[in-house]
Ligand binder design. Structure first.
Ligand code: IPD
Length: 297
C-alpha cells in the first residue's frame, strides 16, 4: 500500500541522513588492505561503516527483505523478484577521498527487479532526491535566503522542454575504474563519437560532463540539468535509487535490463534520458546509433 511505501521512504531518508552525518565527520583515507581490483578502485572505512549502519537499520524494520550492498556484494549474489534493498553507502568514493563534494548515499527498494522507492542524498550539499514508483519525486535543496540563513526548497519535477537530438545535448558520462576490457572499450568509442565533428564521423555534442557519482548524475538528468547520462560499467547499487527518481520525473532508462539485473550477468550499460515534452525516443535512437553493433536487444 502507498502508506507503507511512504513510511518506508521516510525511513530510507532518515537513515540516509544519519549516514550523511557519519560521512561529513569522517576523515577519509583509502583502505590499503581491500579486495578492490586496482588503484582507481577505492574503499574507505567509512564506506563499510555506513553500509553496516544502513543494513542494520533496514533489517530491524524489514527483516524479510533481501539486501545487496556494494561493500558486501559477492560474485554469485543475485537480485531476485523479492523485495530487495540495493545500497551504495557512498556513491562517489573517489570524490569523497579527494574532498570533491559529489558524494551520495544511494538506497533503493527494488520489487520484482523494478526500482520502487529511491532515495539519493548528498550530505555535502544537503540535497535530497526521493521517489516512489507511480507517485512522483521530490528534490529538496538548500538555498541561501537574503539574510544568510539557509532555507529549504522543495520541488516536484516535471518535463520542461523538448529534446532536440544529440547535437545540442549536455551529456553526463562516467567510466568507473575499469581501464581495460570490453566496457572500457565501448565507453571510449561512445565518448569519442560524441565528441568528434560530423565530418569526422562524430555527433559533435554540446558537452560531456563527468562528476564521479552515477547516482547524482542520473538525478541531475531527472531534474533536466543535463540531457542524458551514459555509462557502461555501472553497478545496480550505483543506479537503482536514481533510476526510480528519473522515471518518476518523466525520464527514461534504457539498455538497463531490469529483468537482467543479476550482477555480473547484467551487461551494466545505462542510458538515462531526461524528462521531455517530446523527442525522447528520437534521442534514444540516435544514441543507439552511436553504440552501434554493441547495442543489446
Ligand atoms: C562509482 C561512481 C562512478 C561510476 C562508477 C561507480 P562508487 O561508484 O558511481 O561515478 O563511474 O562506475 O562504481 O564506487 O564511488 O560507489
Amino acid at each position: 500500500a502507498l502508506q507503507d511505501l511512504q513510511t518506508l521512504r521516510d525511513r530510507l531518508i532518515a537513515v540516509a541522513k544519519e549516514a550523511g552525518t557519519i560521512i561529513l565527520s569522517a576523515n577519509p583515507t583509502p583502505l590499503t588492505t581491500s579486495s578492490k581490483k586496482n588503484t582507481a578502485d577505492i574503499v574507505t572505512q567509512t564506506d563499510k561503516a555506513v553500509e553496516s549502519l544502513i543494513r542494520t537499520n533496514l533489517a530491524s524494520h524489514y527483516p524479510s527483505f533481501a539486501f545487496i550492498g556494494e561493500e558486501t556484494y559477492h560474485p554469485g549474489q543475485t537480485i531476485t523478484d523479492d523485495p530487495t534493498f540495493i545500497v551504495d553507502p557512498i556513491d562517489g568514493t573517489s570524490n569523497f577521498v579527494h574532498g570533491f563534494p559529489d558524494v551520495a548515499v544511494s538506497i533503493a527498494l527494488v520489487v520484482e527487479k523494478l526500482p520502487t522507492v529511491g532515495v539519493v542524498y548528498n550530505p555535502f550539499r544537503d540535497e535530497l532526491w526521493a521517489a516512489i514508483k507511480g507517485h512522483g519525486v521530490y528534490h529538496t535543496t538548500q538555498s541561501n535566503s537574503n539574510n544568510g540563513n539557509t532555507t529549504k526548497q522543495q520541488q516536484l519535477l516535471s518535463p520542461k522542454s523538448p529534446l532536440q537530438g544529440l547535437s545540442p545535448a549536455c551529456i553526463a558520462i562516467d567510466f568507473g575504474t575499469d581501464r581495460q576490457g570490453p566496457n572500457f572499450a565501448l565507453n571510449l568509442k561512445v565518448f569519442t563519437t560524441l565528441l568528434r565533428t560530423a565530418s569526422d564521423g562524430g555527433r559533435f555534442v554540446n558537452s560531456l560532463r563527468c562528476s564521479g557519482s552515477a547516482a547524482l548524475a542520473i538525478c541531475r538528468v531527472a531534474a533536466s540539468q543535463q540531457d542524458a547520462f551514459w555509462e557502461c560499467g555501472s553497478w545496480a547499487w550505483d543506479v537503482a535509487a536514481a533510476w526510480c527518481v528519473l522515471v518518476e520525473a518523466g525520464g527514461v532508462m534504457v539498455d538497463g535490463h531490469p529483468g537482467g539485473w543479476n550482477p555480473p550477468v547484467d551487461n551494466r550499460r545505462y542510458l538515462a534520458v531526461r524528462p521531455a515534452t517530446a523527442g525522447q525516443r528520437e534521442f534514444v535512437e540516435e544514441f543507439w546509433d552511436v553504440i552501434g553493433d554493441d547495442r543489446s536487444t
